[in-house]
Design a protein around this ligand. Structure first.
Ligand SMILES: Cc1cc2nc3c(=O)[nH]c(=O)nc-3n(C[C@H](O)[C@H](O)[C@H](O)COP(=O)(O)O)c2cc1C
Ligand code: SF4
Length: 405
């Protein structure tokens, strides 16, 4: 069976491959999708069941979405942050997943100036520059402050500390989140970074903090440990990062020793729909939003923030190929890979691994099923209803296929 999918000498997506010494049994990695299964910041049994289903379904490596590197790096108080208080729960979760034959990556996240965390230790969240904090409006946290140089040093140190902790609890790889409009992306973007010092202005200056973070994390985990970076190839807003910038950004990361680049797009802060193309999430957000002020904002500004991007297979392929051609590190494709035909195309185009988000939410057994059926097409309709479950008490789930999780 697998031979039919390996065309013209291209790799077979069901064959093993390694990244900086970590052997993965196939090319499929579960994309980070914040689970909301860490009430009060504590990993729950539900989180274990959620990732266990992907492990049993044949995925080579699963990713714990949005592991905040410090307490104030959380978008809300139900996200976990890396500290000793969750060591035993995390170690157990990872050991269980290892026992089920799956490797585990942790996505290192920081919200920067975009937060509604009611447990924020500071007066305001910190980003590259003073500005509006769109997410905090419903909780009266209207603004974010600019980081001082001392805050920047502290942030780098916290990434280092989190990486030491994450390696020690058993993660097999770490994914530094440089995309989707979160903290490090805010520094990279000319739209949100208005600094006049060495951290603002040219792309080289805007990359200074992400590269310092990469160096600190590398120092923490050592040279033989896989480090991935997830980037937004475009922010999809005027004055923000665009596809051409992402080629230069990827070269910076490659040169600085990243092991793999994950090519996403869009920002949760300004233009999320580029990231997960398909059904527009505005109507369901209006239905589920409980804050009056946020409902008003969604009514007034929703249409310009949640633009229509119809789904089509491999919607980031052409732009991701430009990065494939520009770097020598491993390339991990994400965005609309939902059939064996698409998986084969990605292998032919020289991608090393494939991250899957919604298709796995709709069918955790995807990898095993695809291996048995050359004509496999995911049942996910890309309606995007799962995104409206992101704050659901049961955690994120597919609303279309009961029993998916
Ligand atoms: C419910 C949901 C939650 C998500 N949460 C995250 C997240 O925490 N971190 C992240 O980098 N991407 C997140 N994403 C984006 C996915 O990782 C992925 O980039 C996107 O869904 C496109 O891939 P797909 O077409 O395979 O779904 C999320 C996506 C969904 C549907
Ligand atoms: S709700 Fe289910 S079918 Fe719809 S996009 Fe999410 S995973 Fe796919």
């Amino acid at each position: 069976m697998t031979d039919t999918l390996a065309r013209d000498g291209a790799a077979d997506c069901f064959s093993p491959a390694s990244i900086n010494g970590l052997e993965l049994k196939n090319r499929f990695i579960k994309a980070g999708t914040f689970e909301n299964m860490t009430p009060g910041g504590m990993p729950s049994e539900r989180l274990n069941i959620f990732h266990g289903a992907f492990a049993d379904g044949g995925i080579a490596m699963t990713t714990l979405g949005y592991c905040a590197v410090e307490m104030d790096g959380r978008l809300n108080e139900n996200m976990m942050y890396m500290h000793e208080g969750i060591r035993s729960q995390l170690s157990k979760l990872i050991a269980d997943l290892h026992g089920r034959g799956t490797k585990v990556s942790g996505q290192m996240g920081h919200c920067g100036g975009f937060s509604k965390n009611s447990e924020l230790s500071r007066k305001r969240p910190l980003g590259p520059s003073f500005g509006l904090n769109g997410l905090g409006l419903s909780r009266g946290m209207l603004f974010c402050d600019a980081m001082t140089l001392r805050d920047i040093d502290e942030l780098v140190a916290n990434y280092r500390k989190a990486a030491v902790f994450m390696k020690s609890v058993g993660f097999d790889a770490l994914e530094i989140h440089l995309g989707h409009g979160y903290g490090l992306c805010q520094f990279m973007s000319p739209k949100t970074n208005k600094r006049k010092d060495n951290y603002g202005g040219s792309l080289e200056n805007r990359m200074r903090l992400p590269l310092q973070v990469l160096a600190a994390v590398r120092q923490a985990v050592g040279k033989d440990f896989p480090l991935l970076a997830k980037i937004s190839m475009t922010e999809g807003v005027r004055g923000g990062l665009h596809y051409d910038d992402s080629v230069a950004i990827s070269r910076f990361l490659d040169k600085a020793g990243i092991d793999g680049i994950i090519t996403s797009g869009g920002t949760s802060t300004m233009n999320p729909m580029i990231m997960f193309r398909g059904g527009n999430i505005l109507p369901s957000m209006l239905k589920t939003e409980t804050s009056l002020i946020m409902r008003l904002i969604l009514r007034l500004a929703g249409k310009s923030m949640f633009k229509d991007y119809p789904y089509h297979e491999l919607y980031f392929l052409e732009q991701a190929k430009r990065i494939r051609d520009a770097v020598s590190c491993k390339m991990i494709y994400v965005g609309g890979a939902s059939s064996n035909a698409s998986f084969a195309t990605l292998m032919e185009q020289g991608f090393d691994f494939i991250q899957l988000g919604r298709t796995l939410l709709s069918d955790p057994d995807l990898v095993n099923s695809a291996k048995l059926n050359a004509d496999f097409v995911s049942r996910c309709t890309h309606c995007n209803d799962c995104i409206s479950t992101i704050e659901s008490p049961q955690g994120i789930h597919c609303t279309q296929f009961s029993g998916a999780q």
